[in-house]
Design a protein around this ligand. Sequence first.
Ligand SMILES: Nc1ncnc2c1ncn2[C@@H]1O[C@H](COP(=O)(O)OP(=O)(O)O)[C@@H](O)[C@H]1O
Ligand SMILES: [Mg+2]
Length: 269
Amino acid sequence: MMISAATTTEGGASLPLDGEVDARHGPILYMEDVSVSFDGFRALNHLSLYIDDGELRCLIGPNGAGKTTLMDVITGKTKPDSGSVFFGQTIDLLELDEPAIAQAGICRKFQKPSVFDALTVFENLELALKTDKRTWPTLFHKLNSEQRDRIHDVLQTIALPAQQRQLAGALSHGQKQWLEIGMLLMQDPKVMLVDEPIAGMTHQEVERTAELLLSLQGRHSIVVVEHDMEFVRSIARKVTVLHEGSVLTEGTMDEVQNDTRVIQVYLGG
Ligand SMILES: Nc1ncnc2c1ncn2[C@@H]1O[C@H](COP(=O)(O)OP(=O)(O)O)[C@@H](O)[C@H]1O
Ligand SMILES: [Mg+2]
């Protein structure tokens, strides 16, 4: 019996145990036959999606294809009418609410950065540090060396060690986006959902964002929604194309770009 990654409450709901997601025999995240309707309109239509442990997946599709709704379903913001959504083999995400899903290790980066401008880069990461409130009751309690190392690791990953004492409000738009990714990384999520990460960035910032996302794969599984095809090409191993709430096709960037159905959908044909 695979009960290692979940405990069962009296109500029968599955509660994930921190850091234990069973992806040994399959994907880290999967959705099967998921449908979502809004006033009779099918935003997701029998959609199935499988994300492997550690992969970097790009999700594309025209406006209204269902990309945001898909992320809303994974994070628990929207509950589907039918279908199943699992984290690893044992955690039924449909039984968890939004905070419990985040706690289980699935986090989401929204388009607009929401860092704290009046705090330094370091303090923003400190604030995001996952901590047991019983042992660390105040916000800026002295950090232990492990916590300090963790912040320094993340500063390296997001390429902002030189800015750590700067106020976040003084960062460029791109740097704020990286800091927010860093704040998510402080919680060491298994899965990161990233919605349009390069909107408004300079060319150089776009290149560094590609490097950053590529460096995260393996340790994290990442799903990126992005419109910019050149950017998708620069990071994608596998691309999933959504259309009218379903998966139209999946493959390498070359495969999907040469798929006549994909071309038709993008040309509005
Ligand atoms: N809360 C909602 N109420 C009604 N319709 C919605 C709602 N959210 C999304 N939709 C509709 O569902 C479809 C898919 O939307 P969305 O997931 O935002 O697509 P995408 O992110 O790919 O552009 C769109 O036609 C949109 O208008
Ligand atoms: Mg959207």
